[in-house]
Design a binder for this molecule. Structure first.
Ligand SMILES: *Cc1c(COP(=O)(O)O)cnc(C)c1O
Length: 223
């Protein structure tokens, strides 16, 4: 294993331990977020044994998926979905974490997508934030089910507030999903994943704690 793969493997092992210590062993999957990192980093992570990778930008996900075609891995789309990008993403994505509009579901259904799909919940109520308000989640889940989509769970990104306050958001998300019969909860990132795991997360999305700090600027054309 080269240096990079070795470093990724030891960072990942540490995350696994912390997930286990928070009660997530056998329940919480670790999705390695590779946004802004080149395909070689994904290759190194593959040789370190990682299999689940998250990307935020359609163009970047598709480029890496094509470069790594044939590898044994699963791509997770975790960023804001743009309708026009859905068709290009569909052949590559195993889990759609950020569905937040009926129109996106209509497009996914039209493409006969069988992949798991999560509805992103937004508690901030702020303009321009991705996700649907909690009060609208049930209707969107019903819409997806009526279309025959595999609506598996909920996803949430917390605002930059104290971890204890984030724990309340994670708990509220899990309760909301359980009422609707959903089992997957994509909750937790580098700064707060232990709080999320304690509240029932089944997928944590970890970037910096595995790969180090990202370059400040997103690569040109990534969106
Ligand atoms: C970037 C990103 C992550 C990973 O964030 P880290 O803080 O690097 O762990 C997780 N989820 C979403 C939606 C992201 O955009």
């Amino acid at each position: 294993m080269d240096n990079l793969a070795g470093r990724i493997a030891s960072n990942y092992a540490l995350i696994e331990e912390r997930v286990a210590a928070a009660g997530g062993r056998g329940r919480t999957r670790i999705v390695a977020v590779t946004k802004t990192h080149p395909a070689e980093v994904v290759r190194a992570a593959l040789s370190a044994g990682l299999r689940d990778f998250g990307e935020n930008y359609a163009g970047e996900l598709i480029a890496k998926a094509e470069e790594l075609r044939g590898e044994d891995l699963r791509w997770h789309m975790i960023g804001h979905l743009q309708s026009r990008a859905i068709k290009g993403l569909a052949p590559h994505v195993a889990v759609w974490h950020s569905v937040s509009r009926a129109k996106e579901m209509d497009l996914l259904a039209g493409l006969e997508v069988r992949a798991q799909l999560l509805v992103q919940v937004d508690y901030s109520g702020a303009e321009g934030r991705n996700g649907v308000p909690p009060a609208e989640v049930a209707a969107l889940v019903d819409h997806g089910r009526a279309l025959g989509l595999n609506v598996a769970g909920l996803m949430v990104v917390t605002p930059q507030i104290d971890p204890p306050a984030r724990a309340e958001i994670f708990a509220a998300t899990r309760e909301l999903g359980e009422v609707l019969g959903l089992r997957e909860f994509s909750m937790g990132m580098t700064d707060d994943f232990e709080w999320a795991v304690r509240e029932g997360s089944t997928m944590v999305r970890i970037g910096r704690a595995i790969f180090g700090d990202r370059p400040a600027a997103e690569p040109a054309g990534a969106r």
